[in-house]
Design a protein around this ligand. Sequence first.
Ligand SMILES: CC(C)(COP(=O)(O)OP(=O)(O)OC[C@H]1O[C@@H](n2cnc3c(N)ncnc32)[C@H](O)[C@@H]1OP(=O)(O)O)[C@@H](O)C(=O)NCCC(=O)NCCS
Length: 191
Amino acid sequence: MRDQIETLRLCIEPFSCDDVAASFAWFSDPEVMRFIPTGPDQSMGESKQRLARYIEHQARHGFSKWIIRERLSGQAIGDSGLLVLEDLGKIDLGFRFARSHWGRGFATEAASAWVRAAFVDFDLDRLTAFAHPENLASLRVLQKLHFRSMGHDRVMGMDSLVFSLSAMEFQLLAGSPAAEAVHSRGLHKPR
Ligand SMILES: CC(C)(COP(=O)(O)OP(=O)(O)OC[C@H]1O[C@@H](n2cnc3c(N)ncnc32)[C@H](O)[C@@H]1OP(=O)(O)O)[C@@H](O)C(=O)NCCC(=O)NCCS
């Protein structure tokens, strides 16, 4: 089973217990966690529990939220990945970066690599994603990845726009020049 994703600028791999201090930097930031249903972690202990849930999910499903490091510096800058939402029977794609690393195409780069991994490596049928209607950056990333809007819903208690992308749609996009983001193997092309 796949346990690392590399893109041009990013190395994405499963969390370990040693990542608590580094990831607390963004898990505890109210601005980063503004549109995350759980809100920010209030203590390092909460982040430790969060990572324990991700590590347990990884052992159970073979994928989870993974930590993202910049390849050049090795610095941990965010997390992204897939979580099974048991209650909804869906697999959710998520992405999150430390504020210092917003606006440089990293979310699109990481998320497009995860879309590819989901359909090619993990052989999933469908991905779901949700975002608060005011989370414009997140909505834009999902739009760039060609997720289809499925309307409003409440997800984990948060008013959300729900999105979906199927393996079939991903395959159909393969022939389309518009689908560069999802079919570029997550490689970022400087503009
Ligand atoms: C959402 C998030 C991951 C985006 O990360 P990022 O690396 O800055 O995203 P990218 O640079 O790949 O793409 C962002 C896109 O949104 C656009 N954007 C950013 N802020 C915007 C705004 N306020 N209004 C409209 N578009 C906006 C950018 O211009 C870019 O689009 P473009 O490439 O067409 O110019 C980051 O803001 C974040 O970590 N937010 C907090 C966590 C979060 O909310 N995660 C999503 C949960 S659903």
